[in-house]
Every structure is written in C-alpha cells, then in structure tokens.
Write a protein that binds this ligand. Structure first.
Ligand code: NAD
Ligand code: UDX
Length: 484
C-alpha cells in the first residue's frame, strides 16, 4: 500500500522535457520548494538546452522560474533510470503524435513513446510508485499502462495510475499553470487509487484552491481532455465558417462575434475568426476523437467531429485562394511578404501552423516568399516547408525584420497575431512595396481604416473588401426573390 504523509518531501520525476513537461515541472518546483523535481528526456539536445541559458522553448516568465529553481530543487537530466529509481511519483509527459503508419494511420494516437516510457519505469523501479498520465491519450490508456506495469513489475512493487491532463495553452503556459481554471485528477475508485489522488491533490493544493482540483474517474478525466480541446477547436471552426459567410454578404465577423459573445450562454472567448487554428493539440486530439468514435461504432459522431478539422483546412486554403484571386490569379515570381509563422502569438512553436499550408499553397503557384516571425527560428521554418520547397516552385527567404520582408513585395500577408505587427510603420512599408500594394490580414489585427488610407488594397479575414453587397450576392438575392 502507498504511504501518504501529511507534508511529505517528495521526489518527483517527469519523463519528457517538452512544452508540457518542462514548464509544468518548473512551476511545481517553484511552488513546492520542499519537493525535488527531476525532468528527464532521451533527447540530449533538449536537456542540454534546459541546462543552458537558451531554453529549448519560449514562454513568457519561464526563464525566470527556471533560473530560480534550477540546481535548487529542479533538475534536468538524461539519466532516466536514476530519476525513476528515486521518484515517488512520475509524470509521463512524452509526445503522443498521430500515427503515421499501420492501423489507424492519420487518426489514432501513436502511443509508442508512452509505452516505452512506462516499460522503462517498470523495469527500473525497485519500489511502488504513482504514475501520472500527463500526456493527452485515448480513453482507457491508463488501463493499458496498468496492465503493462502489473505484468512487468518486480515482486512487491505496485503502480497506481492517475490521469492528470494538462490544459496549458502555449504562449500563456506559465500563467495557465499558476492560475489554472481547474485541475483534473482521475483515479480508479479503490483505496490505493484514492490515496494516490490525494497525494497529487496535495501537491497542487500548495498554490491552487482545492475547489478547483477536481477528482473523478480515470476514464472521465482522459475523455475530458479530448472533449475540451474538441469544443475549443469547434468554436474556432464555427466562427471561421461564419467568416466565410461574412465575406460573401458584406458583414463583419468581428461584429457578429461580439453580438454572439455578449450572450452570456455563449460567452466571448475563442470567437476570433482567423486563417485557421494550429498547434500540436487541436487537430491531433480531434483525429483521436474521430478514431475513437469510429472504433466504438459511432460513425455519425466521428463525422461530426471530423468536420471541425475539415473546416479548418478549408479556411486555410480559402485564405490562400483569396490572395491568389486578388493578385489577378497569378503570383508566379511575385514577391509575397509573410508576417508570422508561429501558430499563435507568444510562442516559438510552428507545429500545425496555418502558415505552413498557406505558404505551401503560395509556393505551389511559384511565388517568392519572404517570411518574418518574432520567435520561430529560421531552421524550423525551412524544416516545416521542406516538402513544399522540394517541388522546386517558388522560393523562401527568412528575414530579420518585417520591413526587410516587405521590401518590393507585391503583397503583405499576416498569418500570426503577434502584437508587434499591430504597431508597424505601415506607411513606410507601403512606400517600399510594389504597387498596387496588397495587405491580407488573416488575424484581423490591423486598423483597416488606417491602412486603407495609406493606400493598401486591404483584405481582412471575415470582412468583405467592400461593405456594399457584393454583386454575386445581389444576384443570389434577386434569384431568390424571383422564386418567391
Ligand atoms: P514535446 O514533443 O514537446 O515533448 C515530448 C518529449 O518527450 C520530447 O522531448 C521527447 O524527446 C520526450 N520523450 C519521448 N519518449 C521518451 C522516453 N521514452 N523517455 C524520455 N523522454 C521521452 O511534446 P509536448 O508538446 O510537451 O506534449 C506532450 C504531451 O502533452 C502530448 O501528449 C500532448 O498532446 C500533451 N499536451 C501538449 C500541450 C502543448 O501545448 N504542447 C498541452 C496540453 C497537453
Ligand atoms: C490548446 C488548448 O487551448 C489548451 O487548453 C490545450 O492544453 C492545448 O491546446 P494551444 O494550442 O497552445 O492550446 O493554443 P490555443 O490558444 O488554444 O490556440 C489554438 C489555435 O487556435 C491557435 O492557432 C490560435 O491562433 C487559434 N485561435 C484561438 C483562433 O483562431 N481563434 C480563437 O478565438 C482562439
């Protein structure tokens, strides 16, 4: 049976030093100085970066916390076995990407990394431990973890598996970890399961009000993570679907979103129309939900959620088509300046960024693209575009400043909502560009009046270029009146 002291000083290990493992453990170490937290990874490069002054990820506030705790009660190491052996509680925060091959390819989660981590823990552990599922996983993965653990554990060694999904959003990770809306801790409702849940609750209770720490069954906790991401992504796809209608009828999606968001039942969050959602989670977790629904013989449920991803892809390609159409359907050899490559502001992460699809579309038309981003390293941009560049059409250059990117460009395309892009000297940019100078804003961040007055031909997501009824729609209305 697991021992739970009142104020134990715990050894906490975390397998996986990525976007989740690193910041989460840094905050635990920061808030629980009496616990020793060791984050391990098989990637020597990642651990070396955590141990340097150049952390492997950018998050506001992260480096200060790491600086304060590193070497005190926070350690980053490649000694996976050593950390496992010493730990009382082990967070599993490895990557769970979409399967690339085999059964369920393109939908199911690839649990290779998770299973490898579990097998390693079980092989090495000489005493009982709590395993905490931090990674996002399909429902009932905890059951598989418990089975693998039970089948391979040394005699007398037991593992309690908890589900403790992470809800941090990149760009605001430290704020989200310090002030979460809620913490879920799923367990099996057994005596040992509930004790393990209590122990993890006590760690979080050091800085999070207990009423926000919600205990529930393992399966509910696992599914709640997928459901939350699916609902958030669904809101973005819903407002993006409305944005297409707005562009067609001359409405303004910002106004429509404000009108809807004022309804307290709907609420204002996650209603900003955009060139599409990106990030490592939304698409992957919806694919996971689609796979799960199909596996459970619920094809209508699967189709329902799949549409959220399909709408997102449609939105990205729709934006590329709007650029192409405005530039007289020919952008071969034209210079296009792209501002923003990260999937959202505040992060250096470009995983699943809409910029990848939009730039790839423009490259396939033969455009020469100059990209600026505030945080994404140029080698990552080239990695993301390697397949599209292999086609040999168009070119990509990464620029130090937005002004360099815009020099002599035919069009300026905003793909990330970096605050810096709101305060650029658009007059100077306009003067340096080829004329007519086009501005395509996929994030609704520019002041439309101002840039129009400067002389730009402005196209903003979810807004028609002219507020008067477009001719196409006038014809549709005339037709429908004729029918009546
Ligand atoms: P990541 O790719 O940034 O980090 C995962 C790390 O795990 C990598 O550094 C990898 O080297 C390491 N790893 C893999 N197998 C290992 C093993 N056997 N032993 C030791 N280290 C190993 O991934 P991430 O973005 O931190 O996501 C981790 C999990 O958290 C995923 O399931 C993801 O869906 C979920 N999640 C991510 C976010 C986010 O914003 N990124 C938010 C919530 C949940
Ligand atoms: C998401 C979830 O929010 C978080 O709880 C979970 O733990 C991980 O997945 P993240 O992907 O980091 O977090 O960022 P998020 O803020 O959710 O944005 C996702 C994408 O949606 C971004 O590309 C963002 O620009 C886009 N988005 C978001 C919109 O286009 N409009 C909105 O109104 C909100």
């Amino acid at each position: 049976m697991l021992r739970v002291d009142r104020e134990p000083s715990l050894n906490i290990a975390c397998v996986g030093a990525g976007y989740v493992g690193g910041p989460t453990c840094a905050v635990i170490a920061h808030k629980c100085a009496h616990h020793r937290v060791t984050v391990v990874d098989i990637s020597e490069e990642r651990i070396a970066a955590w141990n340097s002054d150049e952390l492997p990820i950018y998050e506001a506030g992260l480096s200060d916390i790491v600086k304060e705790c590193k070497g005190r009660n926070l350690f980053f190491s490649t000694d996976v076995d050593g950390a496992i052996n010493e730990a009382d509680i082990i967070f599993l925060a490895v990557n769970t990407p979409t399967k690339a091959n085999g059964v369920g390819a393109g939908f199911a989660s690839d649990l290779t990394y998770l299973e490898a981590a579990v097998r390693r823990v079980v092989k090495v552990a000489r005493r009982s431990k709590i395993l905490v599922e931090k990674s996002t996983v399909p429902c009932r993965t905890a059951e598989s973890i418990a089975q693998v653990a039970a089948a391979n554990a040394r005699p007398g060694v037991h593992f309690q598996v908890l589900s403790n999904p992470e809800f941090l959003a990149e760009g605001t990770a430290i704020h989200d970890l310090l002030h979460p809306d809620r913490i879920l801790i799923g367990c099996m409702p057994t005596e040992d399961g509930l004790k393990a849940q209590e122990l993890l609750t006590n760690i979080y209770a050091k800085w999070i009000p207990r009423k926000k720490i919600i205990g529930m069954h393992l399966w509910s906790s696992e599914l709640a993570k997928l459901a939350a991401n699916a609902l958030l992504a669904q809101r973005v796809s819903s407002i993006n679907a409305i944005s297409a209608i707005c562009e067609a009828v001359g409405a303004d999606v910002g106004e429509v979103a404000t009108a809807c968001g004022q309804d307290s039942r709907i609420g204002p969050h996650f209603l900003t129309a955009s060139v599409g959602f990106g990030g490592s989670c939304f698409r992957k977790d919806i694919l996971n939900l689609v796979y799960l629904s199909n596996a459970l013989k619920l094809p209508q449920v699967a189709k329902y959620w799949e549409q959220v991803n399909l709408m997102n892809e449609y939105q990205q390609h729709r934006f590329s088509k709007r650029i192409l159409a405005a530039l007289f359907n020919t952008i071969s050899d034209k210079h296009i300046a792209v501002l923003g490559f990260a999937f959202k502001k505040g992060t250096s992460d470009s995983r699943e960024s809409p910029a990848i699809n939009v730039v790839s579309d423009l490259l396939s038309e033969g455009a020469n693209i100059r990209i600026h981003d505030c945080k994404v390293p140029s080698k990552q941009i080239f990695r993301d575009l390697a397949c599209s560049l292999a086609n040999g059409r168009g070119s990509v250059e990464v620029c130090e400043t937005p002004y360099q990117a815009a020099m002599n460009a035919h069009a300026l395309v905003i793909l990330t909502d970096w605050a810096d892009y709101q305060t650029l000297d658009y007059k100077a940019i306009y003067c340096s560009m080829s004329k007519p100078a086009y501005l395509f804003d996929g994030r609704s961040i520019v002041d439309e009046q101002e840039v129009r007055q400067i002389g730009f031909d402005v196209h903003i997501i979810g807004r028609a270029r002219e507020r008067s009824l477009p001719r196409l729609y006038q014809n549709v209305l005339a037709d429908s009146r004729a029918v009546v």
